[in-house]
Design a protein around this ligand. Structure first.
Ligand code: IMP
Ligand code: MG
Length: 180
């Protein structure tokens, strides 16, 4: 285990079981709909790749890149850094996210994609920290991998200051790492 990790929250095996279960639900619900899966960069990359290997129907992939002005473990005002490249008009779109925290990112992403007039728009998130939800966030996840406690987690794509994304598991970061 990495020296900055306090505790492993989800092992590689646990993550893979969650991914297979979510992918099976999407495979069933989107059969015959040729959905577009939109990943929100960068945190989603590893989850996205693993999901695609288990989604067993014709589909397309697209990405948007957003970031917030906030630094460290807080998130602030959202900025669109890169939009999707496909025309989503009349398409069945599923947003894939790494973590649903305050909800600022998903609220922004959802409203942005809804303005492109998709036939349907749903949200699939690997992790959910409901205790952190900001008042005024109205979006909800349609597919949730795992509800987690209010701890700052890294690994499997999730970062702190752009590090730890490459850890194969999801772990709780030692508070002294971000408090110093
Ligand atoms: P929200 O906008 O506050 O819901 O946060 C969503 C984004 O904040 C995620 O896509 C992550 O990039 C980041 N984030 C929120 N919580 C965590 C965490 O525990 N670890 C790492 N990144 C997080
Ligand atoms: Mg981040």
């Amino acid at each position: 285990m990495h020296q900055d990790i306090k505790e492993i929250l989800l092992t590689e095996d646990q993550i893979q079981n969650i991914v297979k279960d979510l992918a099976a639900q999407l495979t069933r619900d989107y059969a015959g709909k040729d959905p577009v899966f939109v990943g929100v960069l960068k945190g989603v990359v590893i989850f996205f790749g693993d999901m695609m290997k288990h989604i067993d129907i014709p589909c397309q992939m697209d990405f948007m890149w957003i970031s917030s002005y906030g630094h460290g473990t807080t998130s602030g005002q959202m900025v669109l850094k890169r939009d999707v490249s496909e025309d989503l008009t009349g398409r069945h779109v599923v947003i894939l996210e790494d973590i649903f925290d305050t909800g600022n990112s998903l609220q922004f992403t959802y409203e942005h994609l809804l303005s492109k007039n998709p036939a349907s728009l749903k949200i699939c998130t690997l992790l959910d920290k409901p205790e952190r939800r900001r008042a005024g966030v109205t979006v909800q996840a349609d597919y949730t991998g795992r509800v987690i406690p209010n701890e700052f987690v890294v690994g499997y794509g999730l970062d702190y200051a752009e590090h730890y994304r490459n850890l194969p598991y999801i772990g709780i970061l030692k508070p002294e790492v971000y408090e110093k």
